[in-house]
Write a protein of this length. Sequence first.
Length: 414
Amino acid sequence: MASTPAPPPAPPKPTWDPGQPEGPFPWLRPTIRIRLTLLYGGMFLIAGILLLSIIYLLAAQAVHGGSFPPFKIVGGQKIEVTSATCPGVGGDQTIDQFNQAISACMDQQKKQVLDDLLSRSLMALLGLSIIAFAFGYAMAGRVLSPLGKITRTARRVVGSDLSRRIELDGPDDELKELADTFDEMLDRLERAFTAQQRFVGNASHELRTPLAINRTLLEVHLSDPGAPVELQQLGKTLLATNERSEQLVEGLLLLARSENQIVERKPVDLAEVASRAIDQARAEADAKGVEIRGERALAVVQGNGVLLERIALNLVQNAVRYNVPEGGWVEVTTEVQHGQAVLVVSNTGPVVPAYEIDNLFEPFRRLRTERTGSDKGVGLGLSIARSVARAHGGRIVAEPREGGGLVMRVTLPI
């Protein structure tokens, strides 16, 4: 029997987070434009330094050849000469003293000429380097402008606006080919997402209708007072199974819808969302003897209120259901930290190993229980919460609480 081929490896995760805000100095980011500017500007600077060194050495050699005085006085005892450029020449000097003064003056003038040449050359090199870097930056920006357009379009697509296209004009070069390929990929993605939304809508109708009919028929039969006890017990069991199937269908449809980015966003207060979720879970918490507490501060985000309420409700319900038998509590808090809205749901409960945390967010996965047969849910609560958080550009993190239980932290951009 032939073995099943291994699935292809998953592609590497991108190192760039489109949802992460830019730092205080975005122009310091090591972009391709900056690297090209530094490369070409640095090459020009190195070439200028080498050229300046060669010119300086040639000038020094030429000046050194004429460092000896063109004349020398050999007759007479004493001479009297004055010079405005050579302060050592003048006064009552012997011939030897005069010749030495002339040589020292010429050496000093040679050194002054070389120093002046070096300083002027350095100033010229500095000016040309600034011009070269500015010109290189402008040219790199012109060459890389198509990449900037591709990046801006990709960022809009990240926001689930799949109707955007690059439509790059210009010569048929590598960048034009890249832009056209990207546009073709967007066409396929848009068709795929449209087909997915159509399928979700059709599946929503096709799956809900028979379950609703089954529920109605079961409720009608259970309302008959003359029905046998065995039939009533069977009807209640089937009604509970049907209700579980309805919950599973609703969860799967919500999970499919929440995998996409949220296009229409409105201001939503996480404190209000958490309070509504607590009100819905209050009866179940009271029945289990679980105390719900915590302070909820104002934390307004841009998103879908119904889906955000689903996050809070799923987390609170899980915290209530997976708790200790007696003296348990659930703490729900909201606040703003470092420019982000944070919803934290912590609870008492059984000890959760750290290596099982990631498995809790997988569909139909529960902690040390079977996939089916649990009366605590259908195993989609945390999966839906993570998908909704991602659709809003946020994330959810679970940590084991000391003494048992979990701390669920949802972080959403404001």
